[in-house]
Design a binder for this molecule. Structure first.
Ligand code: ATP
Ligand code: MG
Length: 508
């Protein structure tokens, strides 16, 4: 009997519904065994997400346990890493059948199929959460310990309670250990916090506490949307306007420094990745992150990821600070720092002061908070260094027409940071929450800065700004969203702007 397990069924068309009570959708997660069922639960009075897996009777459960125990003794855990998914499934199938024969177990083909699903899930997959990880629509998975349901964030239905509840402390603890192992990290009582990335790029945070008062270990998984959104998709989602993007395109071309600020999950990293499309194709880019999130459509790019130490002492640890310092040896034109938090800010700003362009994000709700945070512990920059920052973009959560979205709230130019640490700023572009419209004014202090540095008139910069705005708008109207294609068009524009404008029918 050939076992077929398909872990990426096609993405079903799901529609948002204003009447949550009428929602009742079901789609496959792992073919042909597991599906998601999203429906209204009238007892809980909320929309719930149910993972539907094959049901095992008591006899089958006993058999599964026996086979699992035997498999644990002999299986080589590395097969899953070294092989294709098909080969791994086949290996597991063969090994299980051999064991069943040796143990003289009597299992019907029908039972074996169901049991094999669980063997697959627990040995190759990531146990109970494996179906959730396979769901295209899920952005976040959150487990707050034993006895409480795992919650997810769904692209269409947002926050949903699932029917997955951990009842056993040891089972949850060993799952968190497995997460750590898959992320190539180490978690223990002595090092109870995990911040890492799974092989598919999903980001995982976990805590490992098992004392009596707590609800046990917790974890969150933020799924890696492998292909990041392009600037054109952000226009389509109304996160920002073509003018805003054209503005950043000019800033990045002339190697100015941009920092994206905002609250947790406000879309900073997403915006950072989209803006990085505008970096000139021939420039050398080095990116530095704690966990792998950035993905760029270019060849001349060195992605680096910080590494925490394994085991005793600080052996093997490479933190952002060390990475950033060594990255200057790679002589980058552009430095991308996934998130600025501590002493690495000093290295970054020194780099900016010596002419390196930078693109980074930082947790702060406003420019005032940002400027203050940069000058207080643990960062402690001098006003002179803060002054090397050219521009700040503020990303924000917004609920528009009852739908949760992200908006680029304002673009703020840092005109001058005074000796007392206060900053003089100019805000050329902003989003109005009441009308959900973007506004821009003509005067840009940063354009004046570029003009003075490069001898180009502000007028010419404004003309260029208009052309690029029109081009981005045309791409949006033509629904050109693809990661590689958008990357190619922008790169092509750097080499031959007139041709690209003609191609998209843009008159100067
Ligand atoms: N423009 C957008 N429109 C809709 N959803 C978005 C947008 N940008 C990001 N998101 C969603 O918001 C979540 C967080 O995005 P992102 O990681 O970019 O935020 P962040 O501010 O960098 O978060 P963190 O504070 O964890 O660093 C993701 O699940 C992403 O899919
Ligand atoms: Mg981020």
């Amino acid at each position: 009997m050939a076992l077929i397990i398909t872990t990426n069924p096609s993405v079903p068309p799901l529609k948002r519904s204003d009447d949550k009570r009428s929602v009742d959708v079901r789609y496959m997660l792992i073919l042909p065994y597991t599906s998601a069922h999203i429906h209204w639960d009238s007892k809980l009075n909320e929309l719930v997400y149910e993972i539907e897996e094959p049901l095992l009777d008591e006899n089958e459960k006993g058999l599964l346990n026996q086979i699992e125990d035997a498999l644990l003794e002999i299986i080589n855990v590395n097969v899953a890493i070294d092989n294709t998914p098909e080969a791994t499934i086949e290996y597991l199938d063969k090994t299980s059948k051999l064991l069943i024969e040796e143990m003289n177990l009597n299992i019907s083909p029908n039972s074996y199929e169901k049991i094999f699903y669980y063997l697959y899930r627990d040995f190759i997959g990531l146990n109970e959460v494996d179906p959730l990880l396979k769901d295209y629509f899920i952005e976040d998975i959150e487990c707050n310990g034993i006895g409480s349901p795992v919650y997810i964030i769904h692209r269409v239905f947002r926050n949903l309670r699932t029917n997955l509840v951990y009842k056993d402390m040891d089972r949850l603890a060993s799952f968190v250990e497995k997460l750590a192992q898959r992320a190539g990290r180490y978690i223990s009582y002595a090092q109870p916090l995990l911040d890492g990335a799974l092989p598919d790029g999903s980001r995982v945070n976990a805590s490992y506490t098992k004392d009596v008062t707590s609800k046990g270990p917790t974890y969150t998984i933020r799924k890696f949307t492998k292909i990041p959104w392009t600037p054109i998709q952000l226009i389509d989602m109304h996160t920002d306007s073509p003018e805003m993007l054209a503005y950043f395109w000019i800033l990045l071309e002339y190697k100015l420094s941009v920092l994206i600020a905002g609250g947790t999950a406000s879309g900073k990293t997403t915006l950072l990745n989209a803006l990085a499309f505008f970096i000139p194709p021939e420039a050398r880019v080095v990116s530095i992150e704690d966990t792998r999130e950035i993905n760029l459509p270019r060849e001349n790019w060195l992605p680096a990821v910080a590494r925490t130490s394994i085991g005793v002492g600080k052996l093997g640890e490479v933190d952002l600070f060390a990475l950033l310092r060594s990255s200057f040896r790679q002589t980058p034109d552009y430095l991308i720092v996934g998130e600025v938090r501590g002493k690495e800010a000093f290295v970054l700003f020194q780099g900016m002061a010596s002419g390196h362009a930078s693109l980074s994000t930082m947790h702060a709700d406003s420019v005032d908070t940002l400027i203050r945070r940069l000058q207080t512990p643990p960062i402690n920059l001098s006003p002179t260094l803060v002054n090397t920052l050219d521009c700040v973009a503020i990303a924000t959560h917004a609920v528009v027409k009852k739908v949760e979205t992200r908006r680029l709230r304002e673009i703020v130019e840092i005109v001058q940071v005074n000796k007392d640490g206060t900053a003089l700023v100019n805000t050329p572009m902003s989003w109005d929450a009441n009308t959900d419209q973007f506004y821009f004014k003509k005067q840009s202090k940063v354009f004046e800065k570029i003009s003075a540095r490069h001898g180009i008139s502000v007028d010419d910069l404004q003309k260029e700004f208009k052309k690029r705005t029109k081009l981005l708008y045309a791409l949006y109207q033509k629904k050109i969203f693809d990661f590689d294609i958008v990357g190619q068009i922008i790169n092509e524009y750097y080499k031959n702007p007139a041709e690209v404008l003609v191609k998209y029918d843009i008159k100067e």
